[in-house]
Design a protein around this ligand. Structure first.
Ligand code: FAD
Length: 470
């Protein structure tokens, strides 16, 4: 055992430092199985003080580290290539739930949906709801500025985080933001949210809780062309109605879901379905639902089904939320892509994606947050087949270029991590990337927090020349 492992054991206890390759196997990848990296060690602090002591020891030894929540990330962000992986799952206490002020302070390893469960008796919930919410952690959500189906109406993680306690890579503990919801000075909280583990380790998170809506209507609209589903999406948003969620699934996705244990009763002969949810006051919701049904019909929907009760609503959502899991039946590996385009470009970009898939002889399953133009073109494939892997890689690059050319961006919610490094120059100039390096350096001058992620090192001239931390 290397001396560092012994020192870490002195902090967290013998059972909470993993060093053998079989013990580390589970931590060599995240939700994007095409990437594998070997951590030097993995350490699992059991308290905030232990987490601080771990970071301070690593600072003293000049060792780089990678924070990790549940490892559901889809951009290779939580992979530690020769660094120490700091797993935060043991810090899963809801420290305080203040129903009166509608806030909660939680440890970073709290699973997203557990917070909503704890808030439910108070008529509240935590609004950002990634489809991985039954597994992913609030710390990971903060680092990725995670979104989710209901973020169309309620906003993404950054809109719900009021304050953070963070241990910076040099071991200093700082408070960012304030539970009083006032902002003074520079917005370091906003800078930290979405920093993908490159600015330090989150120790606790104060979030806003949202009142549960009085009424909810959930609809499934069934289309025979993708264009018609895209048209309905634009028409609904243009009508002034703000759905709580507006999700699209195409035919390959519907078929994967319907042949899995998550079957939700979607029409298997549809070219696309829209899952639309409205929420708000009981008084106006019926009229809005009728308008949405009419808009879907006039855009060409064959049928619009309104969930009759909560059981049917949950079933419709299960298919959507478990769609990536259902694709696990199709092939051994899956690339879940993430990009954003202006909503009006949906038909053209989806056509382009279909053309790329045909040319590269691949199947693309589209399941995505249509209301905010956040695409997820997913490609099932076999990563052990070099030819197919090369075609997947090429297709992803072409899809990203098409999204950028349509006025979009290379990620909506999954982050840059390792996977999107090469695409950063598509949207940022050298000067902008260098400015990001300088911001990163303020938090982490030693370049030891999640090294090699988010900004291509070659973009930071000073960084490229300096020796990396171990
Ligand atoms: C089936 C499925 C569906 C998904 N759906 C969505 C979706 O709808 N919306 C969405 O946005 N994402 C989605 N994701 C992606 C993923 O769940 C999110 O990015 C989530 O926020 C990651 O949380 P995690 O706890 O798993 O973090 P990890 O994967 O462990 O880590 C992600 C990043 O956060 C950093 N990090 C983790 N904990 C901390 C901490 N305490 N301090 C500092 N940095 C930290 C890591 O270093 C890494 O860079 C989905 C993933 C899957 C597998």
């Amino acid at each position: 055992m290397i001396p560092l492992a012994r020192e870490l054991q002195d902090i967290v206890g013998a059972g909470w430092v993993k060093s053998g390759s079989s013990d580390l196997l589970a931590y060599t990848s995240d939700g994007l199985p095409g990437y594998r990296r070997d951590p030097l060690l993995a350490v699992f602090p059991g308290s905030r003080d232990e987490a601080i002591a771990v970071v301070q020891l690593l600072a003293k030894r000049n060792v780089s580290f990678v924070p990790r929540g549940a490892g559901t990330g889809l951009s290779g962000g939580a992979l530690a290539d020769g660094s120490v992986l700091i797993g935060m799952q043991r810090l899963r206490r809801i420290i305080e739930l203040d129903a009166e002020n509608r806030t909660a302070r939680v440890e970073p390893g709290v699973v997203n949906v557990h917070l909503t469960r704890a808030a439910t008796p108070h008529g509240l919930h935590y609004a950002p709801d990634p489809s991985s919410q039954s597994a992913c952690t609030i710390g990971g959500n903060v680092a990725e500025n995670a979104g989710g189906p209901h973020c169309l109406k309620y906003g993404v993680t950054t809109n719900h985080v009021l304050a953070l306690t963070v241990v910076l890579p040099d071991g200093v503990v700082v408070q960012l933001g304030s539970a009083t919801q006032e902002t003074e000075g520079y917005d370091l909280l906003g800078t930290f949210v979405g920093s993908e583990g490159c600015f330090g380790l989150v120790l606790d998170v104060t979030v806003r809780l949202t009142p549960n809506p009085e009424a909810v209507r959930t609809m499934l609209a069934d289309f025979t062309t993708i264009d018609a589903a895209a048209r309905a999406t634009s028409d609904i948003v243009a009508s002034g109605i703000v759905p709580a969620a507006l999700e699209m699934m195409d035919a390959p996705t519907i078929q994967a879901v319907e042949s899995s244990i998550y079957a939700a009763g979607y029409p298997v002969d549809a070219a696309a379905v829209l899952l639309i949810e409205l929420d708000g006051s009981a008084a106006g919701i019926e009229a809005d639902a009728e308008r949405v049904v009419a808009l879907c019909r006039s855009a060409g929907a064959r049928r619009v089904e309104v969930a009759a009760d909560e059981t049917q609503r949950q079933r419709l959502w299960q298919g959507r939320k478990k769609a990536f899991g259902a694709m696990g039946r199709v092939s051994s590996h899956l690339v879940v892509q993430d990009a954003v385009i202006p909503r009006t470009q949906l038909p053209a970009v989806l056509r382009e994606i279909a053309a790329v898939a045909a040319e590269e002889r691949l199947t693309v399953c589209n399941v995505f947050h249509a209301g905010d133009g956040n695409l997820h073109p997913n490609i099932p494939y076999n990563a052990n087949d070099p030819d197919e892997s090369a075609r997947v890689h090429r297709a992803m690059g072409r899809i990203m270029q098409a999204c950028v050319a349509a006025g979009g961006s290379v990620t909506g919610e999954h982050g840059i991590g390792l996977d999107k490094l090469d695409y950063m120059p598509l949207i940022f100039s050298d000067e902008s990337l260098a400015a990001m390096c300088r911001v990163r350096e303020v938090f982490d001058p030693g370049r030891r927090a999640n090294p090699g992620k988010v900004i291509p090192v070659r973009a930071c001239r000073e960084w490229a020349l300096a020796p990396a931390a171990r």
